[in-house]
Design a protein around this ligand. Structure first.
Ligand SMILES: [Zn+2]
Ligand SMILES: [Zn+2]
Length: 266
């Protein structure tokens, strides 16, 4: 059994889903725990895309859902922070100011460009962009290691011009190892994000080879999320994640309450 602790709603610029629809779907799916993690991605390089919201209102709406659904599901208050080198202090302040249960650090950019668009791939090629993505993830985590988990570690490979054709753990093992060791050193969990499966990769982010490697290096903290921006994706492909995690030797995952891990047997 898993908690789905990577979920978006209309508070995220790229989702129109009502929070209550996400809750209803999570209850239907039989999830014991869910956590909203709407995007705060300040200084996003595309000015018309504003990944920000009124956090007081966000907290109030979650509190009211917690009250109404308390007998059916545990609902938690989280945030997904888009990392950039200049944002560390502002994110630390945000996490001090509001009572989030959980914070995800995510790398969404490469050289201040959104890899969702082909431009950066035309400049560096798939392999070049992938490498830069991992290097920037590492640098950002060095400067800001205050979140509870690293979101979708190899997210960028979703957008390669040849898909994940130029990606393997082996090819980027050295830099991925440095990222995994840094997570372990700072007690940051590794997120297993099922969106990669439905976005055409056929595997979650990160790839099962990376999940196995994390365990080999001594990693123990796994979080799980669907990254659903629409309600039909809540809890999506969790049976496959279960197989992957068990095969890698994990027997439990965790979710966070008041920034503290709570373990859940798989
Ligand atoms: Zn993300
Ligand atoms: Zn997300």
């Amino acid at each position: 059994m898993f908690a789905d602790i990577h979920l978006h709603s209309q508070y995220s610029f790229d989702s129109q889903e009502l929070m209550e629809n996400q809750v209803k779907r999570a209850v239907e799916t039989g999830l014991p725990v869910m956590c909203f993690t709407d995007h705060i991605d300040w200084d996003f390089p595309i000015p018309e895309m504003i990944f920000d919201y009124d956090v007081d209102q966000y907290m109030e709406e979650i509190a009211s859902l917690q009250e109404r659904y308390s007998s059916r599901i545990r609902i938690l208050k989280g945030v997904e922070l888009g990392m950039q080198p200049q944002l560390g202090d502002r994110y630390r302040e945000l996490l001090q100011k509001y009572p989030f249960d959980y914070a995800i650090s995510s790398q969404h950019l490469v050289e201040k460009k959104d890899p969702y668009y082909p431009e950066i791939f035309e400049e560096y090629g798939d392999a070049g962009v992938f490498r830069k993505y991992f290097e920037e993830t590492y640098e950002n985590l060095q400067a800001f290691h205050d979140a509870d988990t690293l979101g979708h570690l190899d997210y960028v490979v979703r957008y390669g011009q040849n898909g994940a054709g130029e990606y393997s753990f082996r090819r980027y093992g050295e830099i991925i190892d440095e990222i995994l060791k840094l997570l372990i050193r700072h007690d940051i969990a590794l997120e297993v994000n099922s969106a990669g499966i439905r976005k055409g990769l056929g595997f979650p982010n990160p790839h099962p080879d990376v999940i196995r490697r994390y365990r080999e290096l001594g990693g123990k903290l796994i979080t799980v999320g669907s990254d659903a921006h629409v309600s039909e994706d809540v809890g999506r492909d969790f049976p496959l994640l279960e197989q992957i995690l068990k095969a890698a030797g994990f027997t439990e995952t965790c979710y966070f309450v008041e920034r503290t891990p709570v373990f859940l047997k798989i």
